[in-house]
Design a protein around this ligand. Structure first.
Ligand SMILES: [Cu+2]
Length: 150
């Protein structure tokens, strides 16, 4: 009986040692942020956009954008002198992406689905920028924020 307990304990110790070895040997993986990049969280929901920082240093920026809303949202960034709340609109009420007053620097392309997080990289010169969701109705509902780069 005692020998059975010893065998079970020895087996348990062996499994524990193997687990430690397996986890220690596992590659760390993950994403490496390029040296000097500035990481900024962006949160989108119905219907606003917030950025963890709205004043950023010039250079490479990684936006970690999460859609917390129940519907899809996109993220577009323009350099412009216009305030985020007063961008040129088209007849459909969306921001007029063809306006000469807007210089697009970033576009999520497809929309982020609910709960999706996407990492978007951009190199920014000093200036004034806006982050917008330009899906129909979303800009006018409040999905815009000013960003200043020094
Ligand atoms: Cu949206």
């Amino acid at each position: 009986m005692t020998s059975t307990i010893v065998v079970v304990l020895a087996a348990a110790l062996l499994v524990a040692a193997l687990l430690i070895f397996v986890f220690a040997a596992r590659p760390s993986g993950g994403l490496t942020v390029p040296r000097g990049s500035h990481v900024v969280r962006v949160d989108e929901r119905d219907f606003n956009i917030t950025a963890a920082q709205t004043t950023l240093p010039a250079g490479n920026v990684l936006f970690v954008d999460t859609n917390h809303g129940p519907v899809a949202h996109e993220l577009v960034m323009w350099q412009t002198s216009a305030p985020a709340a007063d961008l040129p609109l088209g007849k459909d009420g969306r921001v007029n992406e063809d306006s000469a007053a807007l210089n697009k620097v970033l576009d999520s392309g497809s929309s982020l689905q609910p709960t999706e997080t996407r990492i978007l990289s951009v190199s920014l010169d000093p200036g004034h920028y806006v982050l917008v969701c330009n899906l129909p109705g979303h800009y006018r509902a409040g999905m815009h924020v000013d960003i200043t780069v020094h």
